[in-house]
Design a protein around this ligand. Structure first.
Ligand code: IMP
Length: 429
């Protein structure tokens, strides 16, 4: 199988960066297909640590990076990120980065509305990254968004800004926030245009050519299935579809081009932002997982909520997104725990459910049903083969495979790239 899509199978921050980096070194092109600069991937290469939000990870490995039409692009954030990684020695030019001409732009009014709405929600806030992701996707489906190609047409920009401001300034005034001036926004966009347009093209055509010449494409997902706007814990989700099928519509390739679907899951669970988290631990074990796993958001710096592995939820993520193999990360964080719990379903109003229902009331009422396993006393850190792992750690992984109904094809045992147990190469299908 030539191509691979990598997606998160929980609530994000599963350690996609390390897996994507390894796969990128074996791909010819890396494509982002949804989300925006709400994502955060940390890549450690040699003595350099790269923090990427919008740029496809393959750039770090000298591979062509493509930002697909399904991504919402904040041009200011993109240019700052390019400047930052260029200062670290990376080469980001129109030869190494292509951006879909039909991708939607994030303007300064998007984060302004995102933040104002969150503040107005008070305790009911979603806990967004405040980067304007939701409003930008709303504009796309409302057919009023400004897209990359519009930067070449000042007249189009002017008309679209009129329509956007009619909508945004009404809302912002209502929320007690100062309205935006059209001229300042227009001047800003016209200034950005010559810096962004050289990267723009119909990327679907390039991807088609690459595919026909037998190149390997890696589709790099952001966020994760439980944050998917349809399949996640709605409304506490992001505003894009994060499932593997979006690699097709968000890049402009057919569904048959997506290839092997690799899901990434931590050996426990974490979540940032608000929303249901049935296996969350507010005790000292939750604290320990957070400390050991360095569970702080790359983008927001917020401490992540921690809990036991939720096999019912990961199984659900696997089913709705067609995950064919699971990469299990951070197994070493569980080293030394006396006992481990795996959630196998929920008790809701006295009845057992193997899946998390869609209704918010039922989600909030879901009490996890656990299976308890003995922990291991040895260390799994740095293991590179099954034989390196404590026997009970192997048992834990095998039990997860059974419960989620998918094979674990990779186990990551430390942040180091080579500390990985590779069961099956996703590029080999
Ligand atoms: P938004 O994507 O900024 O609208 O935020 C919506 C929800 O998705 C919030 O709970 C965020 O914390 C969460 N979220 C967005 N991006 C990420 C990510 O890259 N990792 C983990 N959570 C994320």
């Amino acid at each position: 199988m030539a191509n691979v899509a990598v997606i998160g199978a929980q609530w994000g921050d599963e350690g996609k960066g390390k897996v994507v980096d390894w796969l990128a070194s074996r791909a010819d092109v890396v494509v982002r297909f949804q989300g925006g600069h709400n994502a955060g991937h940390t890549l450690v290469v040699g003595d350099q640590t790269y923090k990427l939000s919008l740029l496809p990870s393959g750039l770090v490995r000298g591979k062509l990076g493509v930002i697909g039409n399904g991504v919402v692009v904040d041009p200011d954030a993109l240019l700052s990120e390019i400047a930052r990684v260029t200062a670290q020695g990376l080469k980001v030019t129109p030869e190494t980065l292509r951006i879909a001409e039909n991708a939607v732009l994030i303007l300064p009014l998007h984060p302004a509305l995102d933040k104002a709405r969150e503040e107005a929600r008070g305790a009911a806030k979603i806990g967004t990254t405040g980067r304007g992701i939701g409003p930008a996707y709303e504009d796309k489906v409302a057919r009023r968004a400004i897209r990359v190609a519009d930067l070449a047409e000042p007249e189009t920009l002017s008309h679209k800004l009129d329509e956007l401001l009619l909508h945004y300034n009404t809302l912002l005034r209502g929320l007690g926030v100062a309205p935006f001036e059209k001229q300042a926004l227009l001047d800003g966009l016209l200034k950005l245009a010559p810096q962004i347009l050289p990267f723009a093209e119909p990327v679907w055509e390039r991807l088609d050519e690459l595919r026909r010449s037998g190149k390997r494409i890696l589709f790099e997902g952001a966020q994760a299935v439980m944050l998917d706007v349809d399949h996640g814990t709605y409304p506490f989700v992001t505003s894009s579809n994060t499932v593997a099928a979006t690699a097709s519509s968000g890049a402009g390739v057919g569904p048959n081009a997506v290839g092997f679907v690799l899901g990434i899951a931590k050996a426990y669970s974490t979540r940032v932002g608000s929303g249901p988290f049935p296996t969350e631990l507010s005790d000292e074990i939750g604290q320990l997982l957070g400390d050991r796993g360095h569970e702080f958001g790359t983008v927001t710096g917020r401490r992540r909520r921690c809990g036991w592995f939720d096999a019912a939820l990961v199984r659900q993520a696997i089913k709705v997104s067609g995950i064919q193999g699971l990469a299990l990360t951070k197994l070493d964080v569980l080293d030394g725990l006396k006992e481990l719990k795996i959630c196998i379903g929920y008790r809701i109003d006295g009845a057992f459910s193997r899946h998390l229902p869609a209704a918010p009331g039922a989600q909030a009422a879901a009490v996890p049903e656990y299976e308890t396993m003995e922990g291991w006393s040895g260390s799994s850190r740095g293991a590179r083969s099954w034989a390196d792992l404590p026997a009970r750690a192997v048992k834990y992984v095998r039990r997860i495979e059974e419960l989620v109904e998918a094979p674990v094809t990779l186990v990551s045992t430390s942040p180091e790239r080579d500390d990985t147990i590779m069961v099956r190469d996703p590029f080999e299908g």
